[in-house]
Design a protein. Structure first.
Length: 255
């Protein structure tokens, strides 16, 4: 089995593949400090709860945008599984070429999403990830990562509202019954959700227009991506496991 690990700013997402089939996923909070032993025990417990044997995990690949956790996490995998993980970074074959002005500035998660979208749908393709930040990454027909846009994620925007405006409360992020809000909570929800929809449609439209590409496939992922994908025609596919699938593709290219 292959253990894929996506270390994001908010959560660490784990996926277990049996050959090409994703058989289970689980998550941990990123910002909780852990030792290598704590990571090891937590991962083993998650596997046990999913009725998966530790010894069946033969390979591991990681994409991370949080350098601070990597020492403990990597040591946990070596100590508890006897596996030195593949880490997505310079020198790793991904199936795409990053041709932006400074390729080293492109996060591993974005490269993985772009590689997955290109492998699944070909190019040109636009990969959207609704995570801590909302990212829009464009890959051309030849597999070149040519441009990316970074915007505040929905949760960042929500946090700014209730932390910087004294009278605004913490709220659940969901689509309200109507954009014609008549009280505080639904007015905040309307601003967050419909604002993100409007942002998404505008950025997608203009990225495609300025690229000059025809028939661009737009693929979205990320925890809150489904809410947005359900409300706009500019997103063709919503795939909650795009990043984990991309990690599998990239691992297979290292063989």
């Amino acid at each position: 089995m292959l253990l894929t690990i996506d270390v994001g700013n908010t959560n660490i997402t784990f996926g277990i593949f049996e050959k090409k089939v994703l058989i289970t996923t689980f998550r941990m909070t990123t910002k909780l400090p852990r030792t290598s032993d704590e990571y090891g025990v937590d991962i083993l417990e998650m596997l046990e709860r999913n009725q998966l044997a530790q010894e069946n995990v033969e390979h591991v690949i990681i994409a991370s945008v949080v350098p601070d956790v990597m020492h403990s996490l990597t040591n946990a995998l070596i100590k508890y599984f006897g596996i030195t993980p593949v880490i997505v970074g310079p020198g790793i074959r991904t199936g795409i070429r990053v041709v932006t002005e400074n390729p080293k500035q492109i996060g591993a998660d974005r490269i993985v999403d772009a590689a997955a979208a290109y492998a699944l749908y070909g190019g040109p393709v636009l990969a959207l990830d609704f995570g801590t930040a909302t990212t829009y990454d464009l890959v051309d027909a030849s597999g070149a990562f040519i441009a990316g846009v970074t915007a505040p994620g929905i949760r960042i925007s929500a946090k700014a509202l209730w932390e910087d405006a004294a009278k605004l409360p913490k709220i659940e992020i969901q689509k309200p019954a109507s954009i014609l809000a008549q009280e505080t909570i639904s007015s905040m929800q309307a601003g967050l959700i419909y604002g993100q929809i409007g942002q998404t449609e505008y950025i997608v439209k203009h990225m495609i227009a300025e690229s000059g590409f025809q028939q661009v496939k737009v693929v979205a992922t990320g925890g809150l991506g489904r809410i947005i994908a359900n409300e706009t025609d500019c997103i063709d596919v919503y795939d909650p496991n795009l990043t984990l699938t991309g990690l599998r593709f990239i691992y297979e290219k290292q063989k």
